[in-house]
Design a protein around this ligand. Sequence first.
Ligand code: C2O
Ligand code: CU
Length: 563
Amino acid sequence: MLRKLFTAAVFILLANVAVAQYNPLIIPDTISGTTFNLALRDTFKQFLTGNQTITAGINGNFWGPTLIFRKGDTVHINVRSYMNDSTTLHWHGMHLPAVMDGGPHQIIPPGTLWQPYWLVKNQAATYWYHPHLHTMSEQQMTMGLGGFIIVRDSAEGALALPRTYGVDDIPLALTSRSFDASNAFVYVNRHYGDTCLVNGTLHPQVTLPKQFVRLRLLNAENERAYNLGFSDNRNFYIIGNDGGLLNAPVTANRIKIGVGERAEIMVDLGSDAVGSTLELMAYNAGQEFGFGGGEPNTTGAFGSLLNNRNFNVLHIIVGATTSSPVTAVPAALATNTYLTAADATVNRTLLVTDGTPGGAPFQFDHTIFNFTTINKTVNLGATEKWTVINNNVFGHAFHIHDVEFKIVSRSSHPVGAYESGWKDTYYLQVNDTVSFVARFDDYADAIHPFMYHCHFAPHEDGGMMQQFVVVDNTGVGNIEKPSGDYTVYPNPATMRIYFNFTDPSMQVYYVTITNSVGRTMCMLPRPQLGTGIDISNYAPGIYFVQLIDEKTKTTITKKFVKE
Ligand code: C2O
Ligand code: CU
């Protein structure tokens, strides 16, 4: 305990002493194109002097690469897990088939390759990916798994916006961590960190050019909200939120970002002297009750040295202007046609309730998450209004998969300009009722559900999560007879296996290959099997193919031998 206090004290000193103590802001690498290889690993990283910290990373030792998608492309992701535990990888904000979603049902066992793919239909905006293994989300996110997704499209590309990644277009994943005496992260019964961490950098500083810059803000915390602003209170321009650009920029000098939310802002450094400095600050002191991280405690499960105070997030040094700077904020950004309450033909209400003693701290409608309970059934193509009521003792971050929605009312205050665009996550205050309208297009699947939940990791892990299926009443997803059988060839095989279907129109929903002791080798949602499956790196032995038929969802298992 004394050690912990001592470590904490040293950190407070470091934070306030000298510029020399800053670390250069880590800018995650990017991957673009249509094939994305992600390797998940348990690893370690030198955060502090002394012991390295045990972490988890994707293609690195903390956090992961920024995936750059183009709207209209089909992206193929090769997720290879080398982790000791199972995990999942969820594409937060992406509109895609439920079987590709990476929610709690798409578990990736250790050693497995999971290969989701989908057509990018989302608008240009900042999204992210993170693990979603039920009851393990807080631990796996704390260890460092996650990353940004940037979607680009032609409408956004036609605007004069800063978009040189890492130069005038900067991703900022905001979170915090506490370290124990041996420099390990503390996450058991400790939901707020004592030190702010931006893209995995402690005490970060960045040099930004003397011009308009764009910051892509993501709250990647477990519970803490951020009330962000600059140290000289200058105005900035909110240009986008979760699911796209706003119609027009909104001028502000503060923006509140709850867990899981994103915002894109532009700030003008054009009048700043080269070499001058500015802080991006969290003005978290004196927030209303229920604001995550507003608690007075410095220790205990909901304590933190950052609680209820203003703290530095990023030290900015103004550098030279680039060769083709953006010098203005476009007056118009997008022409979104938003859904209104009048568009909704179905109205649903969700009540935030207390959990059961000893179980989840909070629930929806007194119903804890259960893998086998489908809580809501939505018709494909329906426009629905969902109203979430929180008369409970704390704030929350409501998130729904599959769709981007429009917030149409909020009882605690008028819908903020910062949340006026397409959203998938919002901060729900105490004594707040928020209604949003969404249309559930494109992807019906009677088997695989989508999630809605509180994005506070301890709440989600505790069961403040439910699930819905989108069904197509024209019959897709209904149980029918299997449309056929298949054989695997060649058998034995050395390089690739191929499939021969008795009914050539048979659609494959899922293929899983396991070895003779049940270890999963690969998981392929809706695979294109024309070129077979590569098994060249499998050890010789007996393997089982479990193939799920699209129409009937029946599993047909076959055996093959790898030589
Ligand atoms: Cu960001 Cu259900 O998750
Ligand atoms: Cu919650």
